[in-house]
Write a protein of this length. Structure first.
Length: 276
């Protein structure tokens, strides 16, 4: 196995038990990414590898995906893509260039022929899954408080009204499931270089990827640029379809306090700077 010796960590992303690393190895083994997970997540990583392989001819996605399971550890190994996560360019590219790049990611997902896609959608993306996740709020005030600020201050009934309203669209497309700024790679000019983290890939609501991406643009760049992205796709933040998909996504998040990262002073300052 070419990964078994003479390797050095090049950089690490993530923390705790969720981490992604790039490795430096002999020339014949350079350019590989390893995503580490606990051993119990091996089935999830195998599913992500299968979805990633399906995309090899239709998306700018990681190639040669495979998994290795060791005692207590699961590894998803892919070829490294060129480019950097889109939010890393905030200090070096014009906001419009970044929006152009993430818009390309949304569009390439929508335009991909998904008629032969063989995998089922994650439960959280289904109508019943969303209702079940919402019901959990009745018994967990902490979960309600940990929702995104757009939803944490709303009553259970107000959230129920959003869920009952549905997305308002029957159009189904290839959806990423977590199309946020870190999962879209751009090159130095802002052109789309890759789409990663494909474990949630499914055929689903046509507004889901836009809803999530515009939310993370809002967190990183502010309302001005999030609204511009939405306007490009003839949408606004309080569209029923955007609200429904954001809430479904939020309810499906499993990690604790998932939006704490959006409240840091550094991001607040960044949003303020980009609003002018």
């Amino acid at each position: 196995m070419i990964f078994s010796h003479n390797m050095n960590i090049k950089r690490a992303k993530g923390h705790g038990r969720y981490a992604t690393i790039a490795i430096e190895a002999p020339e014949y083994a350079q350019g590989w990414h390893i995503k580490l997970r606990p051993g119990k997540d091996g089935a999830k990583q195998a599913a992500e590898a299968a979805r990633t392989r399906w995309t090899r001819d239709c998306l700018p996605s990681p190639q040669q995906a495979r998994t290795i399971r060791l005692p207590g550890i699961s590894m998803l190994i892919t070829k490294t893509l060129e480019g950097e996560p889109s939010h890393k360019y905030i200090d070096t590219l014009e906001p419009a260039a970044i929006l152009s790049g993430v818009t390309s990611a949304i569009e390439v997902m929508r335009e991909t022929d998904a008629s032969s896609f063989p995998f089922t959608a994650p439960r959280w993306t289904t109508e019943q899954g969303t209702i079940d996740n919402l019901m959990r709020l009745k018994t967990s005030k902490a979960k309600h408080r940990e929702l995104h600020p757009d939803f944490a201050g709303r009553t259970y009934q107000e959230l129920r009204d959003i869920v009952d309203g549905g997305s308002g669209s029957d159009e189904k497309v290839l959806a990423h499931g977590d199309l946020c700024m870190p999962n879209v790679l751009l090159d130095g000019s802002g052109a789309l270089a890759g789409i990663v983290d494909l474990g949630g890939l499914h055929v689903g609501d046509s507004k889901l990827d836009l809803a999530i991406m515009s939310w993370t643009v809002q967190a990183n760049m502010g309302d001005k640029w999030a609204n511009q992205l939405l306007t490009t796709h003839e949408a606004v933040a309080d569209d029923q379809g955007i609200l429904y998909n954001r809430l479904a996504y939020d309810l499906g998040l499993e990690r604790p306090d998932p939006w704490a990262w959006t409240q840091t002073p550094q991001l607040a300052e960044q949003r303020e700077r980009l609003s002018t």
